[in-house]
Structures are given as structure tokens and as C-alpha cells.
Ligand binder design. Structure first.
Ligand code: NDP
Length: 256
């Protein structure tokens, strides 16, 4: 029987920020499809717990401590992955954060932290895995954008700028590395129930009601809603798909 085009058996995936929220939802999806999983985050307790979670699904998994804004830390993550698994087939640039202050309030320091964590990190990690993917004859890079890759956000200009940048960065590496059989795509999640958005609900008055009213699906997304698109973009099913951004948003981005 022909293997499923969504089968990830034998593939190795690094998921930054894979120790919670959307990253963990995608890690579970890839684990169910057969991939070995590297959970790359800062909080060691959360990472250990996430490793147990994906191991329970039958996957091999490894926790690696990394700060995605630091080139030497990312180089060590790549080295540790290659030492343990001997290959890197899939990178999901998911680590992210926000500082919710309008442009006339946010400090330059906070602006830089958001851009470094959400956008520059994707450049650092993608560049770091490129040699291993190229040498292996191909790979898959999945960058996590946002509805704010499309829409402005009065309360989060740095976050919106970083997520807009993710879309253009994705297109650019897709073009640079198409000849190396590396496909790069972005997922643009709608409003998903995670620690990040719990904080947003506390800080932005009316956010919960706005999300429920505006999202055609009339609910918050849950972290497992991201798994299917992540598996698609990580697998051979998407070998002719590159440079694009796919909203996973319950219809949010097509609502006028
Ligand atoms: P979480 O706060 O649950 O997850 C963020 C993850 O990023 C954590 O696992 C954290 O790991 C990791 N992280 C942050 N900074 C660093 C760093 N410097 N180095 C390494 N890891 C880091 O939020 P979400 O799951 O909601 O967010 C995940 C991604 O999805 C982000 O890019 C976010 O912008 C995006 N997104 C989320 C949406 C939502 O509605 N939730 C909507 C659209 C996009 P640790 O705790 O170990 O530091």
C-alpha cells in the first residue's frame, strides 16, 4: 500500500515554543503523524511536561533549552538535535510574545524584544537549520504569523509589525531555497485559547466578546485546531506549496 502523503514517519521536527499553547498543539499533530519531536523552549518544567505529552502519543521526543533570539543558543539547539536524531526535516518557528501598548507608549526596548522574539528568531532558526536541510535534499519550514499579519492592531504595533514581517520573510526564503527543495510557508492563526491570549483578555477590555462576535465559527480556537495544517505543511502532501500563508481562524479573516 502507498504510504499516506501526510505520513511523517522517520522525520524529525523542531518546534520552537513547542512546550505549550499552539506549539504543543502542532507538536501533538506531528507526533501523531509519526515524526520525532524536539520541544525547544526556555521553561524546562514546561518542556519536560510537553515531552511526556508527545511521548504518550508514541513519538520519540527531546526537550532542548533555547533562547530563539540568541544565535549561539540556536546553534546549540541544532547541534543537539543532529546529535540525537541525525537529521532535521521540519522547523516550526512558533516562539512568540507580545507587549500590548500603542505606538505612542511602547518603549524602544520593548519594541525590539517583540521584533527579536517573533521575527528575527525565525531568521536565526531558519538560517541555522538550512545547511542540514540542504544537505539532506530538502525540508519544511513553517512560520507562525497571526491575524495581525493581515490587520493592524492599535494596541500592539510591534506585534503586528513582527507578524507582517513573518509573511514577507516566509515568501523570501521560499524563493531563496526552492531550488534546495525546502518549502517555507506560514500559518496565520485566528484567536486561539492559550496563555498568551488569556493575558490579552485580561489586558484588552472587550476582547473576549469581540472575538466571539467577529469569528464566524463563534468560538475561540483550541490548540489542536492547528495540528492538521501543520501536518499538511510538514509533509510531502505540500511539496508543491511554498511561500504562502494559510489562515486557521474559523473564518475571521474573510469576515468584512
Ligand atoms: P504561549 O505563550 O502559550 O507560547 C509562546 C511560546 O513561545 C512559549 O512556549 C514560550 O516558551 C516560547 N518563547 C517565547 N519567547 C521565547 C524565547 N525567547 N526563546 C524560546 N522560546 C520562547 O502562546 P501561544 O501558543 O498563543 O503562541 C504561540 C505562537 O502563536 C506565537 O508566535 C504567537 O504570536 C502565535 N499566535 C498566537 C495566537 C493566539 O491566539 N494564541 C494567534 C496568532 C498567533 P517558554 O515558556 O519556555 O519561554
Amino acid at each position: 500500500m502507498m504510504p499516506s502523503p501526510f505520513d511523517l514517519t522517520g522525520k524529525v521536527a523542531i518546534i520552537t515554543g513547542g512546550n505549550g499553547g499552539i506549539g504543543l498543539g502542532m507538536a501533538r499533530g506531528l507526533a501523531r503523524a509519526g515524526a520525532s519531536i524536539v520541544i525547544a523552549g526556555r521553561n524546562k518544567d514546561k518542556s519536560k511536561e510537553a515531552v511526556r505529552d508527545v511521548e504518550a502519543l508514541g513519538a520519540e521526543a527531546l526537550a532542548i533549552s533555547v533562547n530563539v533570539t540568541d544565535t549561539s543558543s540556536v546553534a546549540a539547539m541544532v547541534e543537539a538535535t543532529l546529535k540525537q536524531f541525525g537529521r532535521i526535516d521540519i522547523l516550526i518557528n512558533n516562539a512568540g510574545m507580545s507587549v500590548r501598548q500603542p505606538a505612542h507608549v511602547i518603549s524602544l526596548e520593548d519594541w525590539n524584544t517583540v521584533i527579536d522574539t517573533n521575527l528575527t528568531s525565525a531568521f536565526i532558526c531558519s538560517k541555522a537549520v538550512y545547511p542540514a536541510m540542504k544537505d539532506a535534499g530538502g525540508g519544511k519550514i513553517i512560520n507562525i504569523g497571526s491575524m495581525m499579519s493581515i490587520f493592524g492592531a492599535s494596541f500592539a504595533p510591534a506585534y503586528a509589525a513582527s507578524k507582517g514581517g513573518i509573511v514577507q520573510f516566509t515568501k523570501s526564503i521560499a524563493l531563496s531555497w526552492a531550488g534546495d527543495n525546502i518549502q517555507a510557508n506560514a500559518i496565520l492563526p485566528g484567536w486561539i485559547d492559550t496563555a498568551l491570549t488569556l493575558k490579552a483578555r485580561e489586558q484588552v477590555p472587550g476582547l473576549n466578546e469581540n472575538v466571539l462576535t467577529r469569528t464566524p465559527a463563534k468560538r475561540w480556537g483550541n490548540i489542536d485546531d492547528l495540528a492538521g495544517t501543520a501536518v499538511f505543511l510538514a509533509s510531502s502532501a505540500s511539496d508543491f506549496v511554498t511561500g504562502t500563508s494559510i489562515p486557521v481562524d474559523g473564518g475571521y479573516s474573510v469576515q468584512s
